[in-house]
Write a protein that binds this ligand. Structure first.
Ligand SMILES: Cc1cc2nc3c(=O)[nH]c(=O)nc-3n(C[C@H](O)[C@H](O)[C@H](O)COP(=O)(O)O)c2cc1C
Length: 201
């Protein structure tokens, strides 16, 4: 059976995929959140999936002390976060680059969970204020996600000069070019999500 480019089998059979978008920056005055807003808008406007932002600034998780499944009195927010990752068919991580790496807020929630990450399709969008689009983050974040047994998809979505590229509502200045890149990024994530769903039955 042939594939129509850009249209997965799930799209054709109206299976609604669930995408969780982790907005990793908890910094006051953050800008990478604009990219998370863009993905949510883009996915919903094009009816590609359902999309929910898991905003780590909103969750305000304490610094990691123990994995959720071993905590005696886990917070309801931590349980909610774990359930949302578990329920998602695919995850987009939007991460800034801080000093060549990804932020502590993101490592905090990767370490918090175990089984929820297993074989979870994850697509990474790196963000920077400067011209290098946060690309230094990629190898360290992919390695950590590989170690936790997530399934990092090969598509990338690097964003340079974020405050010029998106406004505060997540609307891109180059709408056509940005949406073209977003399409191939999200198509790849949805392909993996669909393949995963088939294997899980
Ligand atoms: C502590 C810190 C370290 C940073 N290090 C880098 C860096 O190594 N490379 C880079 O391109 N941008 C760096 N930046 C700038 C971020 O890319 C910029 O703040 C961008 O908007 C994404 O982060 P934000 O969502 O927190 O705003 C750094 C910013 C902070 C706050």
């Amino acid at each position: 059976m042939g594939w129509t480019f850009g249209m997965t089998q799930a799209t054709k059979t109206n299976i609604i995929m669930k995408i969780a978008i982790i907005s990793s920056s908890i910094r006051t005055g953050r800008n990478s959140h604009r990219v998370a807003l863009f993905f949510k808008n883009y996915i919903e406007e094009n009816k590609l999936a359902t999309a929910e932002i898991l905003d780590l600034q909103m969750y305000q998780f304490p610094i990691f002390e123990e994995r959720l499944k071993f905590q005696k009195n886990p917070s309801s927010l931590a349980i909610e976060f774990a359930e949302k990752i578990k329920a998602a068919d695919g995850v987009i991580i939007v991460t800034p680059e801080y000093n060549g790496g990804y932020p502590a807020s993101l490592k905090n929630v990767i370490d918090l969970l175990i089984g929820e990450w297993k074989r979870k399709p994850v697509a990474i969008s790196t963000v920077s204020a400067g011209g290098f689009a946060g690309m230094n983050v990629i190898t360290s974040l992919q390695f950590t996600l590989w170690k936790i047994q997530a399934w990092t998809v090969s598509a990338m979505f690097p964003v340079a000069k974020v405050s010029e590229a998106y406004n505060e509502q997540g609307i891109p200045s180059d709408k056509e070019g940005t949406e073209k890149r977003a399409k191939s990024f999200i198509d790849e994530l949805l392909w993996c999500a669909e393949a995963n769903k088939k294997m899980l039955g």
